[in-house]
Design a protein around this ligand. Structure first.
Ligand code: ADP
Ligand code: ASP
Ligand code: MG
Length: 436
């Protein structure tokens, strides 16, 4: 018999619920687990969040036909899964239709509102749809589940698209829910709400962070994130065929790697876990028996081994003083403020007397205002189509192997981290690096 022996939180991402078979596999996985978790945090189905972003873009440019196409695609995807799981005309289909009607109404109501606010009211709907489906399925499969609205649990400020958590209010809401309910809690990742009830989002890929918030508030003993890979690797195994799995890594090293762009876990996930000393286990929903990777207080093989992190779609910005002179603190402060205004980080920062070089993610509509603002600080040039490779713990043989036959536009090295900025064309789709 399953029992709740320890308080554990599970997080399931979009790939683990991408279709009806995946949802069946998820419920079978929960039924097989010897101990049932206390809470599940779930993302939007498959690529729904991308579809919602496309729907929003159509809405903002008032392209009704494209907007309707995206709405129909999202509706069809969810209703097809509902029909596969529950048969035709189920109450779940009605519940989904109701949410889709809310989404449509939100579009009509918020079209003139500021973009970040409109974004959150629209794009956060993916998690509301997926959890509506999943909770009905788990209840129908003999896994009693309480659907909980993350908008009444995760309380945030009103910085839409990148909301900050009100930790005290959030912990209090979660603790009081847990005190009155013994069932398995099922809630949405990625979303929260302001005290006034407006939906907010925590940043793309933010469901891992939601799960960590819940784990901390529940005093969980462990958080498990279920992925389509067996665990954490020392590079993205899709891109680097000779990547190897890491068994154990410290919070500090995992933060370095995720901050530099290792996409497997959102970097904001780690702080609440580290604060509360909760280990994070990465497991495969495709192979639940495979040995996992653990992030925790103790260092392990992942703290010593070289690790590669590749960020595609980078832009190099170069700022120079207009007059003969050099880069002064004032110019640097202005340049970094310009980045912050666009919600961008410097993924690499390097300077000489007369040239400040910054590498940022290419975020479509943010580039033009950024260039305009930097142009007010000095003379600016930019170059797109670049990839930034970060190497943690570069061994003696690895950097020469990388540098052979490839010319970096910018390089930076410290004993623990080396970075190379390459034209994207120099970085193979399947990249096997000798000596890695
Ligand atoms: P989720 O479904 O929870 O959002 P993600 O798709 O964000 O999961 O993360 C899993 C993916 O992360 C894998 O499919 C893998 O290609 C990619 N990935 C990138 N870097 C790493 C890494 N260092 N270790 C493992 N997977 C990685
Ligand atoms: N659904 C959101 C996204 O795709 C959040 C997440 O999955 O983590 O970004
Ligand atoms: Mg993710």
């Amino acid at each position: 018999m399953t029992q709740v022996a320890r308080c554990r939180v599970y997080k399931f991402g979009g790939a683990s619920i991408q279709d009806a078979d995946a949802i069946r596999r998820l419920s079978a996985l929960l039924a097989d687990e010897r101990e049932r978790p206390r809470a599940l945090v779930v993302s939007a189905m498959g690529k729904t969040t991308n579809a919602l972003e496309a729907l929003l873009a159509a809405a903002r440019r008032d392209d009704q036909a494209d907007y309707r196409r995206w709405l129909a695609a999202i509706r069809d995807d969810h209703l097809a899964v509902a029909e596969d799981l529950f048969g035709p005309d189920s109450p779940v289909a009605d519940a989904l239709e109701q949410r889709l009607a809310e989404l449509d109404a939100a579009h009509a109501a918020y079209r003139e509102a500021p973009y970040p606010f409109h974004y959150d009211q629209t794009v956060g709907m993916g998690e509301l749809l997926s959890t509506t489906l999943l909770s009905a399925w788990l209840n129908a499969s003999g896994i009693p589940t309480r659907w909980c609205d993350a908008r009444s649990l995760i309380i945030t400020d009103d910085r839409h698209q990148a909301a900050e958590i009100d930790w005290a209010a959030t912990h209090e809401r979660i603790a009081s829910l847990a005190a009155e309910c013994d069932e398995l809690l099922l809630t949405q990742g990625f979303i929260g709400a302001t005290p006034g009830g407006a939906m907010t989002t925590l940043g793309r890929e933010g469901s891992d962070f939601s799960a960590a918030i819940l784990a901390e508030a529940l005093g969980a003993e462990a958080l498990t994130v279920w992925k389509d890979v067996p665990g954490l690797f020392n590079a993205d195994p899709r891109r680097f065929p000779n990547a190897r799995q890491i068994r154990q890594i410290s919070y500090a090293e995992a933060l370095e790697q995720t901050w530099h762009g290792a996409k497997v876990i959102h970097p904001r996930t780690l702080a609440p876990l580290q604060r509360a000393g909760i280990p994070l286990t990465v497991r495969s929903f495709l192979e639940p028996e495979a040995p996992p990777s653990t992030i925790g207080p103790a260092p392990g093989d992942g703290d010593r081994r070289p690790a590669l992190i590749l960020r595609d779609d980078q832009v190099l910005l170069e700022v120079s003083p207009r007059e003969a002179g050099f880069i002064e603190a004032g110019l640097m402060a202005e340049a970094l403020a310009a980045l912050a205004e666009q919600g961008l980080n410097a993924n690499l920062l390097e300077m000489e007397a007369q040239r400040l070089r910054l590498v940022v993610d290419h975020k479509g509509e943010r580039l033009a205002p950024l260039l305009a603002r930097l142009g007010a600080c000095g003379a600016v040039t930019h170059r797109e189509g670049l990839s930034l490779l970060t190497v943690r713990h570069p061994g003696e043989a690895l950097m020469p192997a990388l540098d052979a036959g490839r010319r970096a536009l910018v390089e930076r090295s410290t004993p623990a981290t080396a970075q190379r900025l390459y034209p994207a064309a120099e970085c193979p789709e399947r990249w096997t690096i000798p000596g890695f």
